[in-house]
Design a protein around this ligand. Sequence first.
Ligand SMILES: [Zn+2]
Length: 401
Amino acid sequence: MMHKIIQCFTRIVLIIALIIPIFNPLTTKAYSDKTIADLREELQKLKDEKARIESSKKLTQDQINAAKNSIFQAQKEQDQIAKDIETAKQKITESEKMIEQLTQETEALLRYFQLTKGDNVYNEYLADATSLKDLIRRLAAVEQITEYSQDTLKKLDDLITENEQLQVELKEKTTELDKKIAETASKMQQLNGQYSEYSEINADIDAQIKNQQEQINYFKQICSSETIPISSCGNSIGNSAGWTKPLAKGTVTSNWGYRIDPITGAASSFHNAVDIGGNPEGTNIYAAAAGRVSNIDYKTSCGGNIVYIHTMVNGVKYTMQYAHMLSVKVNKGDMVTTSTVIGTVGGGRSTYWDHCSTGAHLHFGISKGYYGIDYSSWNSFLANSIKPPGYPSKGIWWYSR
Ligand SMILES: [Zn+2]
């Protein structure tokens, strides 16, 4: 739990730390006031940020390698300890064997002196002395035998104690190493998490760099200067070769055409768009083709925030309609490309003003001609509606635009 909290916190700090240096100097400038030079400046900042992340990533990788090496060394040390413990055990076994052997030898010696019966062998042996001289001889022999064997037995016993002590110490050391390995492994896990974060952020920056470059390339076609606001780059809308999708992933929840109205239940109401679900409120919506924002309706009671964009695809004029938006990130007159975030998905519970939605989704419609220029009636807009091309069947997901 604590680990999760720390990870989450780290992630937030990381994201904030990344976002501030990139966007801070330019957040004061509205999208419509930006110039190509501003876009280039943003691009450079993104590239600098990418370089910074790359070096952090490299540093993290070095730390991961160091942790791996440390675990490897500790395991090697543990292998050696296991061998040392085995050696200590062997020494004990050998000592025990020697004790056994020595005992047998002593017994054999005593037997040699014909003293094999009873516990009190020495006394019996001595009691059997036939003369004082014999007794002294026998005493000396017994002393020799017992002194030698007791001395050796003591040495062997010390050796066993020593090896038992050694085993205890080695086991303590291996427990310490276990602890060290566990700590390093946990640290390594954190580092791996951090590394993945960096990789994710890097992938995100890569996408932003690509978008930024695309925007610069598009606006270079229609702007006479790099230092004038993009919105003042004239009325010419560049031609697009095709349509992209306004959302990075999603699924059609309601088809274009006649349907049973989900709100009124009325049969055969005409739906002039595809409804795209599968994205939570707040998900970025992009322009499906480059063009100019022609109109924005804010917080309507049926449709929420609605953005209209004039575009030209394969030489044909179209108006795109984006409805149920939670937020709008462009202004009327803005030039947009397929890389421009025009707003975010709404239609869920947080859009209290929008009563024409049953859940978070984007209502995306296309009509031929420029609504507001070529015609201005809603009926004409509906009459010119075309089925948005390139969408899979209802319920089938897509994961790239
Ligand atoms: Zn709809």
